[in-house]
Structure formats: C-alpha cells, structure tokens
Design a protein around this ligand. Sequence first.
Ligand SMILES: O=C(O)CCC(=O)C(=O)O
Ligand SMILES: [Fe+2]
Length: 244
Amino acid sequence: MCTHRFGTVRVSRTAWTRSNSGGIFLKHYAHPLHRWIHLWPENPPGYREKMGKFCEEVKELSIEIMGAITESLGLGRDYLSSRMDENGMQVMTVNCYPPCPDPETALGLPPHSDYSCITILLQNLAGLKIFDPMAHGGAGSWVVVPQVPGVLKVHIGDHVEVLSNGLYKSIVHKVTLNEENTRISLASLHSLGMDDKMSVPCELVNDENPVRYKESSFNDFLDFLVKNDISQGDRFIDTLRIKD
Ligand SMILES: O=C(O)CCC(=O)C(=O)O
Ligand SMILES: [Fe+2]
C-alpha cells in the first residue's frame, strides 16, 4: 500500500490515489511553493491558495522545530537551516479515511515510521496511534493520540534518529478507522533535499558513541520503497543501523 502511496511522489504527479484499505490520499510536493503549486488540483476552487498558505506556514514552523532539535543536540539552531529552508523538501499528504462499519478488521494505515526529519500533522478526528516501546515494562503498547481542535502534532522521523545518532527515536505510528465519520489528516513531511545525505554529525561521535547509522537521502528512501514492503513492517531506519 505504502509503496503505492509514495509512487505518486516519485513521479511528481498529483492525483488522488486509493490505498488498499479503502482510504484515499493526495500527495504533492510543496517547497518551494512556486515550483509545484501549478501542479496541484484546481478544484475545489481555493485549494491552491489555502493549502499553499498552510504549507508555507507549516514549513516555517518546521524550521523552528528543527532549530530547537539541533540546539538540543548541542549543534546550534542553524546547523541544518540552509539545507532545510532553501533546499529542503516538503511533501504534503492529504489523507482521507472513509468510515468503516467494522473498524476492528481494518487499518487506515499500517504501522510505520516516516522517513522525514519531522512530520507535522493536523487531524479532524482521533484515529492516530503511536507505539510506546517503553510501556508495560518494555513490552510496548499503542497509545491513542487525542484529538484537540487546532493542535498540530509533530512526529520525529527516521532522519532525526540518524541526525541524533539514536538519541531521538523515530516514532512508529498507525491509523485506525472510525465507524461513523470520515477522518481527514494533513501530514507535512520535512526533510533534506532529494539527494542531500543525512549523516551522523562528527560532533556527536566519540569513543563511547560511535557512528550508529549509515548516511542516506530521500532518494535512497524511495529506492528502499521499491524493494521493500512497508505495509509488512519493513522499516527504512532498520536498513541504516550499523550493527555493533
Ligand atoms: O493520518 C494520520 O494521522 C497519519 C498519516 C501518516 O502517518 C502519514 O501520512 O505518514
Ligand atoms: Fe506517517
């Protein structure tokens, strides 16, 4: 399912696509806006203007959040700013999950983590669940992300796990379906440019902390998608870990 989802990204096409679970999604590049906006849907009227404004504001927020993350790692606020701001990628996904009469039997999206540095998400209904690996004495459990109107959620993606040499962990999440109502979410994925490699900064490496991840780019992730099935639990980050 998800290979198909990202297939639309690879060919830079903008189209509604149906996933195996019956959900539909629209995925389009969003940064720099002037380069992509003419490829977005013309309908409903106002989509380009409203979504364009949302994308630009969310992009600015992503730069702030990434600055705070790199600062927390002792790398300074501007460590990635030019690579994220001017040359970074933003992929906007509009997910639409119609009601499901028997929500226990299907998922809107299977468990996965995002390849991005961070993903900023807006949802109209609860349905997102994140996996807490520390719960139940390390056995882990799924936690519902509550719906709070107007609140944006931020996911740590695989490339911040790499950037932090494992100090931050990318979050595994999935989407459940609602019995009565259509759920809509906007997921804005922020990463380095298509061929720009994320690697562990030398500042975070010493005798006790060797490099724990191989470098990779968004393009490497797309190649991974062609060869793997993320709906079956294959994770990009697992291919990047350097074994002890
Ligand atoms: O619909 C959601 O809440 C999550 C969407 C998501 O995980 C994704 O698009 O990668
Ligand atoms: Fe996701």
